[in-house]
Design a protein around this ligand. Structure first.
Ligand code: SAM
Ligand code: SF4
Ligand code: SF4
Length: 334
């Protein structure tokens, strides 16, 4: 079955945030000044249980969802995550993947792979310790993330993709070293334009390094050629190295919005269904689950939410949208 929204976009992907907590304080996502010691994260009883998550994922699959990505916060902070992976892996024909900061991957990769996880995306913003530590703001060294990536490869969680958010004045000098290194390693590096998610990161348009500038920087040293998209809804614009040594992606959410092809729903850690990364409200699925609703009622709630979906925030981004009270990315899942 294919469920279409008001702009004829199918519900193809589901991103599940399994926790709103994180052991990093990336300056563009969970700045320390806001997410300090006194910050109130969700209490455990408000998080969806693994059984609730697996039940929802199965309902989504029955509505045509083909891909589930576990995210957060930092998903590997959720204790025993491999048990959730095992439940989700039982859903037929579901592409199951995860986005992580890599800090806990070296320990967990074997168990996640054994539980049925297919592959991972690891976020890493620089290979330079000083720059990386400035960005994660918890003094976390690059080497341990690279160790996590190696462990993912050893466990067969491939292809490994690497996400790098580029923020002007912080890490644009890391674009080329990252491109060289991951080309050599054979991993797909994806550059992400710094976005105005949430309202705590102090986003300014001047801090965005555009996809065009990123491609130009790499192309000057390592010539690039464009590649066609794999499927509708693929958010990364793909480029391959002219010498055949692999490819990169650029996610131009700010300068070239792709709302027309956005096929993603997001589930927050407390069971809210959001149809846009920039949404201000979500539909409470946890309430339905805990009130004892049968699958048909849950399916109907998801269906109505998707069919009524009109979101295209990035295409409408303006001074008016900038002031909206948006949900934080660490809560809704990146
Ligand atoms: N903690 C995990 C991680 O960092 O990979 C998963 C959650 S994180 C919110 C998901 C992705 O969102 C990461 O690749 C991160 O770099 C990206 N992200 C976070 N804040 C962003 C922002 N303001 N602009 C663009 N990407 C952002
Ligand atoms: Fe944590 Fe990921 Fe956000 Fe960084 S981007 S603070 S690792 S959730
Ligand atoms: Fe999708 Fe919303 Fe991003 Fe547009 S702004 S691509 S609708 S998540």
């Amino acid at each position: 079955m294919t469920l279409l929204d008001t702009l004829a976009r199918p519900l193809h992907d589901l991103r599940i945030s399994v926790t709103d907590r994180c052991n990093f304080r990336c300056v563009y996502c969970m700045p320390k000044e806001i997410y300090g010691k006194g910050y109130q994260f969700l209490p455990k009883d408000q998080l969806l249980t693994f059984e609730e998550l697996a039940r929802l994922a199965a309902v989504f699959a029955s509505l045509g969802t083909k891909k589930v990505r576990l995210t957060g916060g930092e998903p590997l902070m959720r204790r025993g995550l491999d048990a959730l992976v095992r439940l989700l892996a039982e859903i037929p024909d579901l592409d199951l993947t995860l986005t992580t900061n890599g800090s806990l991957l070296a320990e967990q990769a074997p168990a996640l792979a054994a539980a049925g996880l297919k592959r991972v995306t690891v976020s890493l913003d620089s290979l330079d310790d000083t720059v990386f530590k400035c960005m994660n703001d918890v003094d976390f060294p690059v080497a341990r993330v690279l160790g996590g990536i190696d462990a993912a490869v050893a466990a067969g969680l491939e292809p490994v993709k690497i996400n790098m958010v580029v923020r002007r004045g912080l890490n644009e000098g890391s674009i080329l070293p990252m491109a060289r290194y991951f080309r050599e390693q054979g991993h797909i590096l994806r550059f992400i334009e710094y976005m105005d998610v949430g309202h705590t990161n102090g986003w300014r348009l001047e801090d965005v390094v555009s996809a065009r500038e990123i491609v130009r920087t790499i192309d000057a040293e390592l010539p690039l050629l464009p590649v066609d998209a794999n499927y509708r809804g693929e958010v990364a614009e793909r480029w391959r190295y002219a010498d055949g040594s692999g490819e990169i992606g650029v996610i131009a959410s700010v300068t070239q919005p792709f709302c027309a092809d956005c096929t993603r729903a997001r589930l927050s850690a407390d069971g809210g269904l959001y149809t846009c990364l920039f949404a201000t409200t979500g539909r409470d699925l946890r309430g339905l689950l805990r009130a004892g609703a049968p699958d048909d009622d849950i399916r109907a709630a998801i269906e109505t939410t998707w069919v009524e979906r009109t979101d295209r925030y990035s295409e409408q981004r303006s001074s008016e949208t900038a002031g909206l009270h948006k949900i934080e990315m660490s809560f809704i899942g990146g």
